[in-house]
Ligand binder design. Structure first.
Ligand code: ZN
Ligand code: ZN
Ligand code: FE
Length: 756
């Protein structure tokens, strides 16, 4: 008997086993069990060895084998080799494959006039197509998917049952005769269907209209990326003023008109995960970037990853080559994925809907990666990656970690599998909270987990914390709370296989998180492990006038940092003071001095905001961290001199930095120079602090996490300095450095806490 676990279902595993069994002349059977693939074989020991060797060496491309166990049991010969019905036992489980981009074979067939699926918008096979987003339950078989209502026609049925066909047991297979259909809808009325609806949709895009297009994990809002009026209209209706929008192209060669791509970036774009890749724009890309992603250094590009997208983007003279493809939602609500829901929520945004009738059961945004040292570095982990489990360096209880408030993900565990959810968004509104609760319930069923331990953030007011608390009470389960920056550190440790209580250094530069002393942390240099983390150094705390309001209005934070640096606000002329006006400056100053609604913070993100504001880059954030992103965009990367800074006890004193920046600004130094020097200063502080810790504690492993590390300029400078000093930096590879990693860190902390 051979038992194989990992991602082995929905990826053509059984047909591969079948083909190899025939090849080596052995008999027996293979089946999908709920916990993996089981194979029973009979043959000479030579035949069996050759078969096993062959299978180990040539598993299906898209599979991931975690365990491969061969047990010897004497068995009787079988008549032939067969593929048996799936077997299910209630407690077993198996990772479900993420959704996969269309494969080269299907892409070729889609545009082959002799193929029976020529121009069929839902062509797929064992190597590609929807997976997790159409799964209702496991095992992954057609009746357990949203394809259950589509009965296979005789032709599809033949392919489905033929082990030598590429579509053997491809659960979502369909064709024009038996499968899902598309249609175009305007004001709730169907205006056309099939090919006609594609033509109409393309015509509308050409005219600068906005389309809602149902995709794999939800709806996209789509328009011509080169049409400034269309993009402005989309932004206005979606209430997304400044935030960058991603662009989709038909293929790689068209994407290369917009961005200069390294070999690795090209392979990511063409991979089955097909994420949005943030890359450096070409001259043409810069012109498009001014429209879709103003003030950004990089442009987010993806290539058509479903047959429907390919048909929509098919090149033709006069048809736009670059389409904006942004999540179908209003402001910060979750992406719409149900037809009726989309109609009601996107009706005010889209001029028309390109619909289809294959139900999406789980919403899934596009993933976003950038290139860091040739490796994908995540900004958002969702389609293509979730729900692939991360492998923990230890076994766990059955844990549910509910994550933080912003950029939420949650995480369920079983054995050493950590199922980090796809990006959920900010739990600010009822819609997102509902989506969060629904997804937890769904994933618990899919992964057959029953949490025996709950863990949330230390912040008393987070809705995720509330959710975990009420479940803990209702289910009489233990609940733990993990400090936000400790969780950042633990996440990065666990991702890097840390399985000891040895301490590491944590450079946790973040927006905000609730500290153990009740103040708001975010510029922390920690020393610790999963059990605990000590705040070794931290940014000198300053008042955050107006609390959360300050994160939206960097000018307010700037006032606080200016006061801290003892800059005389009545005597200098600085952009944030001009912006706020005398009365507001006075009120803000009063808040800072009295501490009224001005909690103390050591946030690094807010320091970046303040600097961007002081040098006149940005006074109001239209989306999270906009000012800080601007600061990175314009910074002169060649700056190699740090502003003076002081490390006084455990405080990193920032007032000298602020003061020097004000002097430089008033002396007429360029924004680029100041921003570049500031970046270098922070990298320098990080490396000096690490050196001080190494002198005292002899630690050379440095974990780097927190939202500020989405800043690649800061990251590269810091990595360079740390490596030069002989440190081993550990960075995130599978999860974003932002709060998307928190739930995974909470798991590691909770598991270790329960071991004693
Ligand atoms: Zn395919
Ligand atoms: Zn069919
Ligand atoms: Fe954070």
């Amino acid at each position: 008997m051979i038992q194989i676990r990992g991602i082995v279902q929905g990826v053509g595993f059984r047909p591969t086993v079948y083909r190899l069994a025939i090849k080596h002349g052995i008999t027996g059977w293979v089946l999908n069990a709920a916990d993996g693939v089981q194979i029973e074989v009979h043959g000479s020991s030579q035949q069996l060895d050759a078969f096993i060797q062959d299978l180990r060496a040539n598993p299906p491309n898209l599979s991931t084998i975690d365990t491969f166990i061969v047990t010897n049991q004497p068995n009787h010969p079988f008549e032939k080799f067969v593929i048996l019905e799936s077997k299910d036992r209630a407690t077993e489980f198996l990772p479900v494959s993420p959704d996969l981009a269309i494969c080269p074979d299907c892409k070729r067939e889609l545009f082959d006039p002799t193929n029976r699926r020529f121009r069929y918008p839902f062509i797929n096979c064992t190597n590609c197509g929807p997976r997790f987003t159409i799964v209702r339950a496991i095992p992954y078989d057609r009746p357990n998917t949203s394809m259950s209502d589509f009965d296979l026609c005789p032709d599809c049925g033949k392919e489905y049952q033929d082990p030598l066909d590429r579509r053997f047991h491809a659960q979502p297979i369909a064709c024009e005769v038996c499968g899902p259909k598309i249609w175009l809808q305007v004001d709730g009325q169907t205006t056309s269907s099939g090919e006609q609806s594609l033509r109409q949709a393309r015509e509308l895009l050409k005219q600068g209209k906005i389309l809602a297009v149902k995709g794999l994990g939800g709806f996209h809002l789509v328009c011509d990326a080169a049409n400034p009026t269309a993009v402005a209209t989309l932004r206005e209706r979606k209430r997304r003023t400044g935030k960058p929008l991603a662009v989709m192209t038909f293929d790689l060669s068209i994407a290369q008109k917009l961005v200069d791509l390294s070999i690795q970036e090209q392979s990511w774009l063409q991979s089955p995960q097909a994420p949005i890749v943030l890359a450096n724009p070409t001259d043409q890309g810069k012109r498009i970037g001014e429209i879709v992603a103003p003030d950004q250094k990089r442009l987010g590009v993806m290539i058509a990853y479903t047959p429907l997208h390919l048909l929509l983007l098919e090149p033709e003279p006069d048809f736009p080559e670059f389409l904006v493809m942004t999540s179908g939602n209003l402001a910060e609500e979750p992406i719409a994925f149900d037809n009726a829901d989309a109609e009601s929520r996107l009706g005010g945004i889209a001029d028309a809907f390109l619909m289809h009738n294959r139900p999406i059961l789980t919403r899934m945004d596009d993933s976003i990666v950038a290139n860091l040292d040739g490796q994908p570095y995540f900004y958002r982990r969702a389609r293509g990656y979730a729900p692939s489990p991360l492998i923990l360096p230890f076994n766990t209880h059955s844990i549910l970690a509910v994550g933080p408030h912003l950029k939420n993900t949650f995480c369920l565990t079983r054995d050493n599998y950590a199922f980090v959810s796809q990006h959920m968004g900010d739990l600010d509104n009822q819609e997102t909270l509902d989506a969060f609760e629904m997804a937890i319930t769904h994933n618990q069923e899919i992964f057959r987990t029953r949490p025996e331990l709950l863990v949330g953030d230390l912040h008393p007011d987070y809705l995720s914390t509330h959710y975990a608390k009420s479940r803990a009470v209702g289910e009489d389960t233990t609940m733990l709370q993990a400090q936000h920056h400790h969780a950042h550190m633990a996440a990065c440790l666990a991702e890097n296989g840390w399985n000891t209580d040895e301490p590491a250094i944590g450079l946790i530069f973040d927006g905000t998180g609730y500290g153990t002393d009740g103040t708001i942390w975010g510029g922390e240099i920690l020393v610790g492990n999963y059990l605990s983390a000590t705040r070794y150094f931290y940014l000198e705390p300053v008042p955050l006038p107006g609390g959360d309001l300050a994160a939206q209005i960097p000018a307010r934070t700037a006032v606080s940092h200016l006061l801290n640096a003892e800059v005389n606000l009545n005597k200098v002329k600085l952009p944030p003071l001009d912006f706020l006006g005398k009365a507001n400056v006075q009120a803000t100053q009063h808040q800072c001095q009295t501490g009224f609604n001005a909690p103390l913070t050591s946030s690094m993100g807010r320091l970046f905001d303040a600097v961007a504001s002081i040098i006149g880059l940005k006074q109001v954030n239209s989306y999270e961290a906009e000012a800080a992103i601007r600061l990175e965009t314009i910074a002169d990367e060649t700056q190699q001199y740090a502003y003076p800074f002081i490390i006084d006890g455990d405080e990193i004193v920032t007032e000298v930095i602020t003061y020097a920046i004000v002097e430089d600004f008033l002396a007429g130094k360029s924004q680029a120079e100041i921003a570049g020097r500031f970046h270098y200063t922070i990298a320098k502080i990080a490396s000096v602090a690490c050196r001080l810790i190494r002198e005292q504690r002899d630690i050379d492993k440095v974990v780097i996490s927190g939202g500020v590390w989405q800043n690649l300029l800061l990251m590269q400078k810091t990595l360079l300095l740390l490596r030069r000093e002989g440190f081993t930096p550990l960075i995130h590879h599978n999860l974003p450095p932002n709060d998307g990693c928190i739930s995974f860190g909470q798991v590691a902390i909770a598991q270790r806490a329960m071991m004693d």
